[in-house]
Design a protein around this ligand. Structure first.
Ligand code: 5CA
Ligand code: ZN
Length: 412
């Protein structure tokens, strides 16, 4: 699939400390240690509705990771998928008497526009499940051949499942107990109660065609893939094994990333599939998680069409820490707009206090598990001093502007 256009990334002198990030599987903040090129897979959207502020917050968090690694001198190989065939897409298309292909293409196009407006650096590879179908089939074939997958004993629909016991480590990524895994599997698209599976949490790999459902011909029989194998295939085939980061929102901890990791590890024998499993908190509205199924959504595109500066949306969403579940409020946006107005005034000054300390503080805060509240406070402090006319450095305003742009992705 076509990815989106990149924004200019200004070069910033010097470098900061290595990036430390929380890893779900070890429940610790640990340094990331990429080689020359960092490898990052962040789960993409299921395009049945427009990008809401919850999605935006998640992609903004990983955009900061992307920017920090670049600032540290690494290349970044970034892959993102689009789940352009799955139950939610088909259900929405049926509800609205829409064509699921057209629906998916329309919402994906809008997502690209939103990401561009929010100045999110694009992935190098933006891959749809449909275009990855041959790769997915190949991996399911391999899992069947090695005994890591099995066909369920159902004469009508002999679907293929993954045997979650095969790696001997199932559960290491989420660290959830079995009861929690079964409950979350039931809530998030799994079918723990289907008779005939070896284990309740075994995820679907290939669903044989049902009457009226889209399907693809393959040596597995006509059908369509399960959700987790899609991401495992797209990631493995472009980034290889033992990637630096596998990311998404906290609702992907289980079953999605647990199963994706288990698929990849069963296929390669390498553990862990990702050195960091990093998850963002949920953005809520009126006390509930913002979600397409709940319908309590604030869309990025709607705010854009109302003339809201996407930089203010960005500033509002990173005002909280990425791991915190946090609400979206109108006040949050107003505060961000006021904050950016002060910052803009400061970088328009002829002189200001030296920006060297600010650049170092930004790098340090962000390297500390993306401490954006600390980073924003550092800019606030510099801007306040500057606005009190306490600086004489003629290069400082431009330098601060470049740092805020390169590291926070905010254009003043
Ligand atoms: N296509 C799959 C991943 S392969 C999927 O989860 N799509 S999604 O459209 O439902 O979500 C896209 C990303 O946004 C996921 O990382 C998800 O965890 C995140 N997300 C969804 N809702 C919220 C929310 N309210 N707050 C923060 N992140 C969210
Ligand atoms: Zn995914």
């Amino acid at each position: 699939m076509q990815t989106w256009a990149s924004v200019d990334l200004p070069a910033l002198e010097g470098s900061g400390p290595p990036l430390r990030l929380y890893d779900t599987s070890t429940a610790r903040v640990r340094p990331t240690a990429p080689g020359e090129t960092a490898t990052m897979y962040v789960c993409g959207i299921t395009p049945y509705d427009a990008t809401h502020l919850g999605h935006a917050a998640t992609y903004l968090a990983f955009d900061l990771v992307h920017r920090l690694w670049l600032d540290l001198g690494h290349g970044v190989d970034y892959v993102q998928n689009v789940t352009d065939i799955d139950d939610p897409l088909l259900e929405r298309a049926a509800r609205d008497q829409d064509d699921w292909v057209v629906l998916g293409m329309r919402e994906t196009a809008l997502f690209r526009e939103d990401m561009e407006a929010l100045r999110v650096l694009p992935p190098q590879h933006y891959i749809g499940a449909v275009e990855a179908m041959p790769e997915i089939v190949e991996l399911v074939d391999k899992l069947l051949a090695t005994g890591a997958a099995y066909r369920i004993d159902d004469p009508e629909y002999p679907d293929v499942y993954f045997d979650s016991a095969v790696t001997g480590r199932f559960g290491y990524e989420s660290t959830y107990d079995e009861e929690t895994m079964i409950r979350l599997s039931r809530e998030r698209g799994g079918d723990p109660d289907r008779p005939g599976k070896r284990h309740a949490v075994d995820p679907l790999l290939w669903r044989m065609a049902r009457e009226g459902e889209p399907h693809w011909e393959s040596d597995l029989g006509a059908g369509r893939p399960g959700w987790h194998i899609e991401c495992a295939a797209i990631a493995l085939n472009r980034l290889g094994t033992q990637i630096d980061l596998n990311g998404g929102g906290s609702d992907l901890i289980f079953p999605h990333h647990e199963c994706g990791a288990a698929h990849a590890e069963a296929l390669t024998g390498d553990h862990p599939f990702a050195r960091h499993y990093t998850h963002t908190g949920m953005i809520g509205l009126d006390g509930e998680k913002m979600s397409k199924s709940r319908g309590n959504l604030v869309f990025v595109s709607k705010l854009r069409s109302q003339g809201v500066d996407p930089n203010a949306v960005r500033a509002a969403l990173i005002a909280g820490h990425y791991r915190e579940d946090r609400p979206w409020t109108a006040e949050l946006l107003t505060e961000a707009q006021e904050r950016l107005a002060r910052w803009r005034e400061a970088v328009e000054l002829e002189t200001a206090p030296s920006a060297d300390g600010l650049v170092a503080a930004l790098r340090e805060h962000l390297a500390d598990d993306l401490d954006t509240p600390g980073a924003l406070a550092a800019v606030d402090a510099w801007a306040s001093e500057a606005l009190e006319r306490r600086g004489t450095d003629a290069e400082a305003p431009a330098k601060a502007r470049v740092a805020i742009d390169a590291l926070l992705g905010i254009a003043l």
